[in-house]
Design a binder for this molecule. Sequence first.
Ligand SMILES: *[C@@H]1O[C@H](CO)[C@@H](O)[C@H](O)[C@H]1NC(C)=O
Ligand SMILES: *[C@@H]1O[C@H](CO)[C@@H](O)[C@H](O)[C@H]1NC(C)=O
Ligand SMILES: *[C@@H]1O[C@H](CO)[C@@H](O)[C@H](O)[C@H]1NC(C)=O
Ligand SMILES: *[C@@H]1O[C@H](CO)[C@@H](O)[C@H](O)[C@H]1NC(C)=O
Ligand SMILES: *[C@@H]1O[C@H](CO)[C@@H](O)[C@H](O)[C@H]1NC(C)=O
Length: 687
Amino acid sequence: MFLLLHFIVLINVKDFALSEGSMITPPCQKGYFPCGNLTKCLPQAFHCDGKDDCGNGADEENCGDTSGWATIFGTVHGNANKVALTQECFLKHYPQCCDCKETELECVNGGLKSVPVISNNVTLLSLKKNKIHSLPDKVFIKYTKLKKIFLQYNCIKHISRKAFFGLYNLQILYLNHNCITMLRAGIFKDLHQLTWLILDDNPITRISQRLFMGLNSLFFLSMVNNYLEALPKQMCAQMPQLNWVDLEGNRIKYLTNSTFLSCDSLTVLDLSSNMIMELSPHLFKDLKLLQKLNLSSNPLMYLHKNQFESLKQLQSLDLERIEIPNINTRMFQPMKNLSHIYFKNFRYCSYAPHVRICMPLTDGISSFEDLLANDILRIFVWVIAFIICFGNLFVIGMRSFIKAENTTHAMSIKILCCADCLMGVYLFFVGFFDIKYRGQYQKYALLWMESMQCRLMGFLAMLSTEVSVLLLTYLTLEKFLAIVFPFSNIRPGKRQTSVILICIWMAGFLIAVIPFWNEDYFGNFYGKNGVCFPLYYDQTEDIGSKGYSLGIFLGVNLLAFLIIVFSYITMFCSIQKTALQTTEVRNHIGRDMAVANRFLFIVFSDAICWIPVFVIKILSLFRVEMPDTMTSWIVIFFLPVNSALNPILYTLTTSFFKDKLKELLHRHRSKSIFKIKKKVYLHPLCG
Ligand SMILES: *[C@@H]1O[C@H](CO)[C@@H](O)[C@H](O)[C@H]1NC(C)=O
Ligand SMILES: *[C@@H]1O[C@H](CO)[C@@H](O)[C@H](O)[C@H]1NC(C)=O
Ligand SMILES: *[C@@H]1O[C@H](CO)[C@@H](O)[C@H](O)[C@H]1NC(C)=O
Ligand SMILES: *[C@@H]1O[C@H](CO)[C@@H](O)[C@H](O)[C@H]1NC(C)=O
Ligand SMILES: *[C@@H]1O[C@H](CO)[C@@H](O)[C@H](O)[C@H]1NC(C)=O
């Protein structure tokens, strides 16, 4: 009856807590943290950066990841009765090579081949760095007062099943750095008081559940760098007090879902540097008090979405070097007390916005301090942005000023310049935000990548590249038709051209805007890196954005590139043939050669622009890991090549334009009233 009542009260309390929690809005927005008792909020990355950003020092408090330690050492040292030792020795018998203080005996590096005979009332026995190779039956049986035994660095191979019999008061046992391959079940049967058991650096391959029989008080179990391949079915069945388990550097492959069943008091669990490929979804179900979990450096392929659901007290979670393809915010939300989280990837931090300290602090594109990691990038982003904007605006101006015969073509070129100009604008923004975050980028990185500005910039860059690519393809096809089929009358009129241009802009716009449409499917498509261009994805990306990026760059753009290359080669051959056949137009050959050269340059600039992108995309298909800096180099140096060269290729170097310009200058210089009527041979190519 009482139990029932208790239960009901608990439920009520819980309900109350829940409704309270949902009603009160958190004091700071997502990704921000309160400054202690102030109302000020700071971004996640301001914490523990060595500067007092809050003003009251709250952001620099509790910076070290001490999860677990405080509790553990409080308990252990609380138990130990520390008494200042005098120099007096209370032991009658002990070997010459040993140091005795009161009832504590240290025989370090004494060349002992077996456990020496000493007085019964010894409480601490250190036999470190001797030559003891085995521990026979009941070797410590007379020393029932022993509290601590240190046996490290002995190369102990064999330990008899009854070696530790009678050690009812033993609290600490160090057996690390030995040659133990096997421990027999029941060996610790009498060690009811044992709290620390250290078995690090031994070649132990197997442990059974019954091995830990009798360890009712065991608090800390360390088996670092052993050869364990599996754990007992129920690790803690015999050790109800087990608080800290360190299994780093073993060869554990599988953990059954009952491994940590009834490990109710476990506070720290270190499973790092093992070979665990999979974690069952309920593996951590019972670890309600766990404060620290280290799973780093395991070949884990997947984390279940409820994997950490029950770890309500967890403060530190280490997932370094683990790919989490299905990462999402809900995975980390249940761990309300999490204050430290360690990821493989900087970007993952955005999925744990409530965690105060998230590592690593930066991606590769950006350095710790700056959005653009490199001085060269930092300067050239401005230079290139300026060249692009100036070149394209100049061409737009000139084209508007100089009346061309072929107005539809001129219109297409002007539109192309507009699209290219957007690329310049994008680069200006990159440069601007680089300056804005100079010196403190890592603090804002996540917020920046999540921000609307970043997404809009990505959108701008995508719009520019796609419209530019589609327009170039269109212009190429137009020329192709005019040259390869010079007598067919299928050149589009002004009206048709306008329709086509509008369609191209709409297509570009659609391509760039689609990722905004469904956040669940595409994630944050543009905000994957500091420059907000969705070029390279690591293997862990959500399928949606990865597939989309692949489809655009290796689908649409590769196709366009191939069409352009193919068309120009065909045109080139065609012109060559006509030139050879018709000798009467010999004077045009020079001009044709110029045209051919321009073709070469057009194809070449396209290749410079797009081949690196295709290569990266193809390599990523083969799961080749690439440095993240790649993206910023490509986005700043290769991608804008087309935008920068298009005005030159399509306008400034055309013979028509040169003639017009000369004419203009001449007219201006001589201030002549008469017009030079010069018949300009209008090659269909030359605007
Ligand atoms: C915040 O706490 C500090 C002590 O930790 C105290 O001196 C200060 O007055 C508090 N400020 C507010 C606004 O409560
Ligand atoms: C330890 O035992 C010896 C006799 O073996 C005795 O003389 C000595 O007083 C004992 N010391 C303590 C601290 O009990
Ligand atoms: C453990 O996994 C098995 C299947 O592998 C399942 O039948 C069993 O119910 C699971 N046990 C717990 C406690 O989740
Ligand atoms: C997790 O374990 C690795 C070693 O395997 C260690 O380098 C790292 O510091 C540990 N993480 C934490 C948070 O203690
Ligand atoms: C979080 O930790 C604090 C102590 O650090 C504790 O009082 C609190 O109950 C914990 N919260 C949850 C949800 O367990």
